[in-house]
Design a protein around this ligand. Sequence first.
Ligand code: FCB
Length: 439
Amino acid sequence: MTSNACHKSVERTLDCDAPGQPQAWHFPSGFLWGAATSSHQVEGNNRWNDWWAFEQSGRLPYVSGHACRHYELYEQDFDLARSWGHNAHRFSIEWSRIEPDEGKWNRDAIAHYSAVSRALKERGLEPVVTLHHFTNPAWFTHSGGWLRRDSAKRFSRYAAYVVEHLGKDVRYWLTMNEPTVYVLQSYINGEWPPCMKKSWINASIAFKNLARAHVAAYGKLHQFRRDIMVGFAHSALLLMPCDPRRKRDRIATFLRDLILNRAFFYLIGARGENLRRGQCLDFIGINYYTRSMIRSVGWGLGALTGQACHLSHHSHSGPVSDIGWELYPRGLRMVLEKFSRFGIPLFVTENGVATNDEVLRCDFMIQHLQSLADALESGANVIGYLYWTLMDNYEWTMGTDPHFGLAAVDSKTQERRPRPCSEDFKRICSENRMPVSAG
Ligand code: FCB
């Protein structure tokens, strides 16, 4: 690798090729590349959690069933990831398998996840472990779930048990995935278990308890191993006013951003800029998919925090994915720059597109990586990028229609069929560089 720096700001992060050679971004050495998954979406037969119970009782539109049978097929799936040049992989531990009844630990399940972490390491893939990705043990939800004051204690007891068994193999931990989205979907929109609608008080109780759970788990994880890196995966939705000239839209965008992008950080104590180590976050997982244009409408809440405007009259509107999410690559750079204010490393823990158009998928990835490279160049400290997702899976209340995977999955034979984008990504991961003009 040539190390001629293009200009000063590049030196720290991205090296460019020597003059006369085709220019390429060289990502920082040790950059983590891979894909992300979550237990309930891929494992299959997660019968001890609240999602399963709600699926079976018909309160959710789709059942997860065997999903990708990843619980059994994980080794072959990791072989695939290794063959694609990945050096990291994000998976989540299914709390309900580890603790199927309150206080009773399932030794087979913890042995399974230890084997999963080892299987990753043997293949040169750095494990990135999520402790909570939307699902809870059924007993936990039955007994009040995140509305109970002792929920944080229950969660941190589970975190302590897991780190005791996996801690020596796992350095990167995410206590939870997208707590803001989880609370909105479960207590306001009523779409996810426990399916409560417009339950504002419950939403705020659950939100606070999730924050307390993060802080408690952070402590437990650090007790086990000092050099551990603990964060949470934040849904970094980019919010912009529908009409930037309209004051009401600007205010609504600001307020919505406070709730979606700032409140949880505030609750866990990440209040200022430039956090010191030990302040409950060692890195931030950034899940970035899209932007939302905010329009203030009518009176009341609709005026205060606005509504998402789905018209395509906004500046630089991008195409939309199969599930209606606008593709807005430059937003990745914007959110990375925004969360840089905390002064701790950022890790893109999810970014992907639901599409059947493979040209679009490749363009999506390349353009987002260019945007990430721009953020690095402007000084953001980004340590890795994980594409969502390794293979098509159970996409929550949208079932199996959205196709986010680097591989398609035949639901009958469980055959994985790599998509063209996995090859483009492979070149980038294995060379740790990307042509500047790619895409
Ligand atoms: C994220 C979730 C992940 C998946 C993707 C498409 O918000 O974390 O489980 O559903 O969206």
